[in-house]
Design a protein. Sequence first.
Length: 286
Amino acid sequence: MELSIQNVSMTYPNGKEALKNLILDLKSPSLIGLLGPNGAGKSTLMKLLVTALLPTGGSIQVDGAPLKKGARQLKAKLGYLPQEFGLFDELTVTQFLDYMAALKGISNPKVAIQKAIRAVNLEEKAKSKIRTLSGGQRQRVGIAQALLGNPPFLILDEPTVGLDPEERIHFRNLFSRTAENRLVLLSTHIIEDVQSVCDQIVVIHHGKIRFAGTPEQLIQSAAGHVGVFWEKDQVQEKGLHITARVNTSQGIRCRVVADKLPAYAQADEPSLEDAYLYLISREVAQ
């Protein structure tokens, strides 16, 4: 499956320009991490891809055909977990998934439901009403409905929110296996999730794509711009962005990103989070 986003813009009726001339190609198999601050345009892009919105400029093609004309065909191939996903509290997990399977037109729903429930480790709650589930279990139901029918294209918006560390590891592994033969777009604020499983990263800020490439390439872009120092040594300097402060027996150790590191900072190997914060800090400064 291949999506081609060509010069796509989105301006809302109130005049807010959410996306500006986006150019991006997405091709399976791949697990793509979509990163960006709140209000960057990530949710708008996902709504365009699921045809909940139509762009005010540019075009989106799916396997060479215009998305607008093939919206119905795309939805049959799509698994979507929005950030705020409504559940029918009086239905059981199985009843809800049966309802979703009917909406998707899945021909053998019983097998598909069993497979989805097993994938998210909810066998023991299959007959429980959704209102009795914990926040993490409700999130797993949302993930299960996205997986129904083995769709070739998955869009997951903050899928690990509300999950404990063990559950997050399980789902990171699940998403990674899923992407072996599918296209998976994962939008999240949890850099660790992206670093663990994504082979491609797209960073959006102020409605524009600021980076598209591999995690390694983003990390390499921050080389020489990440340092550590003791807080007592710091002086006020412009362009210095502290990303972490850690209390130690010797005092407070700070981690910083900057275009030019101060003399009192020791250069350190950047992490993916460092590289992302460095990229965003440069965009803010501009």
